[in-house]
Write a protein that binds this ligand. Structure first.
Ligand code: ZN
Length: 151
């Protein structure tokens, strides 16, 4: 029998309860949020073992061409978490392409008033590649080499 999966009410990751296993884990650093496009990206970052904070799944990336704006993504919920939960850093871990970069820039601007540090994973991932296909070492290096996004 397949277990019933639910969407986490905090980070929109896929889990087995209203709070996913990562949000429910008290050992994870609650002050750092890694923003990804897709629940599969959570799995990819977890495999790299380079991140001990929590996640926020946007549900995609900004794409004016495809008519995907901030209101189609879980951006409002991210702003709410940063404003409410004393977040120190938001790592934008979107795919290394135009949409992923545009999303990082947008989030940096949208979060500016909160004073939170917004960083973007380093390049080094193949351009246009999907994060979920990056190998663990490459993704780990990209996370370690993250830089501040200038809004
Ligand atoms: Zn969660």
């Amino acid at each position: 029998m397949k277990e019933r999966t639910v969407i986490c009410s905090v980070c929109f990751n896929i889990g087995l309860a209203e709070l996913c296993s990562i949000c429910a884990d008290p050992k994870r650093d609650p002050s750092i949020i890694c923003v990804v496009e897709d629940p599969r990206d959570v799995i990819a970052v977890e495999k790299s073992s380079s991140f001990r904070g929590r996640y926020h799944v946007l549900g995609g990336a900004l794409s004016p061409l495809e008519g995907i704006g901030a209101e189609q993504l879980h951006v409002r919920e991210l702003l709410g978490r940063v404003e409410r939960d004393h977040i120190a850093e938001v790592i934008v871990c979107t795919n290394p392409n135009l949409e992923g970069d545009a999303t990082a820039m947008y989030l940096s601007r949208a979060l500016k008033h909160t004073g939170v540090r917004v960083t973007r994973i380093a390049s080094g991932l193949p351009v246009g590649a999907d994060l979920e296909y990056a190998d663990e070492q490459t993704l780990g290096r990209a996370l370690d080499g993250r830089r501040d996004v200038d809004a």
